[in-house]
Design a protein around this ligand. Sequence first.
Ligand code: NOJ
Length: 976
Amino acid sequence: MARSRPMSPWTLFLSFVVLIACIVVPGVTVKHENFKTCQQSGFCKRNRALADNASAQGASWSSPYELDPATIHFKDGQLNGILIKTTSTHEKIRMPVTVSFLESGAARIIVDEEKRLKGDIEVRHDSKANKKRYDETEKWVIVGGLEVSKSAKLNAQTETGFTNILYGPEDKFQAIIRHAPFEVEFQRDGETHVQINHQGLLNMEHWRPKVEHKEGESPEEEGTWWEESFGGNTDSKPRGPESVGLDVTFPGYNHVFGIPEHADSLSLRETRLDPLPPCACIVANHDNRGGPGNHEQPYRLYNSDVFEYELNSPMTLYGAIPFMQAHRKDSTVGVFWLNAAETWIDIVKEAANSNPLSMSAHSKSNTKTHWFSEAGRIDLFVFLGPTPQDISKTYGQLTGYTQLPQHFAIAYHQCRWNYVTDEDVKEVDAKFDKYQIPYDVIWLDLEYTDDRKYFTWDPLTFPNPKGMQEKLDESERKLVVLIDPHIKNKDDYFVSQELKSKNLAVLNKDGEIYDGWCWPGSSNWVDCFNPASFPWWNSLHKFDRFKGSLSNLFIWNDMNEPSVFNGPETTMPKDNLHFGNWEHRDIHNVNGITLVNATYQAMLERKKGEVRRPFILTRSYYAGAQRMSAMWTGDNQATWDHLGASLPMVLTNGIAGFPFAGADVGGFFHNPDKDLLTRWYQAGIWYPFFRAHAHIDTRRREPYLISEPHRTIISQAIRLRYQLLPAWYTAFHEASVNGTPIVRPQYYVFPENEAGFAIDDQLYLGATGLLAKPVVTENTFTTTIYIADDEKYYDYFDFTVYQGAGKRHTVPAPEDKIPLLIQGGHIVPRRDRPRRSSALMRWDPYTLILTLNKKGEAEGSLYVDDGETFDYERGAYIHRQFQYRDSVLSSENLGTKGAKTAEYLKTMAGVTVERVVIIDPPKEWKDKSTVVIIEDGAKTGSIAVLEYYEQESGKAPYAVVKSPNVGIGKTWRIEF
Ligand code: NOJ
């Protein structure tokens, strides 16, 4: 969050003071006191205390949950039964449990509470809050993959006290369900990979009436059951305590990844010590240390506008994806905790020798995780892999794959808070052209509006929005404008009037329209949980309602956590009410994506008969957001540390299924110096979402403003992004069909190479074999790149050869150079002609870069479509597989035909391959001067020139096929 209003002299003075302070102390950090620690959150503290207690009791601890064997019923891939929780006062609480075995190979465990399910509870304070546990998260998140497996079956070998189910591919998976205490062990090929409630931390705080204690006699543990205060706000908790908790153990796994969003390393750290020292003082103070280099707090997921967030921290940020992958040599498994309420996750790693289960050869330790949420039910998916790709695919079947974006969206975005007038926008546009720096999108932040009223333009500064968009359209550039969910509470503002008259606003606990403070001052929030908000939100985006908008305008949904300046932890009170009388506590973490959903629909329906793929940037997110939007890491700072942190953050998002991610290039707060800005561009070109952005109080820093040589270096970096757009778009396409990350961490590409598992400062672009290692530290002019295998790797620019498995190689990194290698064995498509925008490259020819692997072979692929419409769903695309084998380079069709294939191929008929560059070709090619080209259907081949270039030692020779001019959409062979 960053606030700014029209500046008074006093504000100006303060800004000056702040500016000076910033110069003296760059990188101010978060106000911890604004956000809860676990110790300050009632349910977090209670669940951690349960874990402490279990740990302190050791073997004598037993989970009080039992699956009543008489209730077990297994049919059609689904097991139903009743869990009985026995309380300390011997009460028996009934909790229906369902375990579903899905066709995809995932398993799902749902536990609810009978009493709340039946609505058989009393709600306090006359609240209208829904009595059930929230069970609609999946409505926003799950889009498929729920077909239950017909072939899952009871295992006849089961011993008494257990129910075992065989499922998954060739029955290789097995769930061993122990009845008492309840525990589920998931096996693959007879080996245990995931254990549920193995530590006995399953916890469902069942409903009970409030007992009125005499003053001063309230038991301490009840202190936060009925009411909880923090930072001057009191949460009324009308349904009392209702948290859910569960432990998930990964035996033999040393690394866990995922659960964004945190500013932390890719491989997640421990958050507590285990086993707890038998010391009463530590048990009493639940803030145990995670050990050196680790965290003291659990990882928190509670979407928040964290001002000046800190790094290396488990603190919550703007988004939440409760999906985790556990990885060890040659095996990846995962879990997805489908719960929209505030959630915390503890991680503990245990030495393998303390657990006989992990004696397997490739394991070093067990990772024990503990998940707990304030409300809702237990709804956990378990994935058994075995590869990271399997996990991405199965998880994506459930939550959806990345939207294939419009092509412009993967190019360079130029943003700042704010371009101040429509003339300013046009001038920036012209300057990019003058300095021949490509860009595709210019952004307008908050200040384009009339007095912070969305769907309006400031009449003084943006008198001619249409003219501005038309100008941008001349080079097929786009405009993105900010639309936030808070609506200025003003009688004469049509959006406010409609919001109220249509009853579409979020309500406070008393059922009145909730009023809070945000950019426009007093504001109300649209409640997108209400289905009626969708048609209304649609209507606001229509060209005749959002006057001045044209079809090259797209949307940025910011502040949708939601951010409320005067709310508890800068968000809404948890006892606010949404449609269906769900409390805000129930739905908080999906709140952001409900808005994105509504905006997505609105963009689809903006103009009848002209459907374009929407582009939306969202700050707040949850699992599923990848289907509709891109995300960025919010308000970072112009420091080297923040630049460094952006890489693991983007990588983490990718493995959590939301790869269209980026960070503000240059840093949002403060002014980067030229070196930092330059290095940031060199790193930023590897973010799937590549946008420069800056706070309103920063100096202008458009790339053309930077003095030489930095301007040229930055321009070259941006041009490299544009040159590789064919490879990027292909990687986006792959993500859109099977969920693989667009930029991939080391472990994902080399899952068997243990030394690379924790590496998170280098990344691979899709399946291209391109390995980038951005420089993220000051005054650094050489770096090291870790290479896992014994293929040759070539410097992308000068073909210097690096070879040697399992070690770091020193690579020069002067300021004008991006450390970038390409692994042997790949064919990378690119386009070499610099243009003003990516759309203008549409008809440009391709260059193929080819490196051979040890077998002398190579492969690669290319996906291309119109980059705009949904016609690709009807076959309007080109998808080619390139292969080099036995001295022949070939292009084969990977796509299937659809109604629009022929028409599309026709439009692309003139687009060809203009050059093939072979790095380190066979020596015999020295004596060759031609190659034979055979296009599909041609009776005879034609000849193209082959040139061979020697290089100084250390650098590979290369050969170039000149003007083969084979059609990009055609099947062809080049014989060497
Ligand atoms: C907060 C966002 O994180 C930031 O990027 C934006 O500039 C400001 N809101 C103003 O809209």
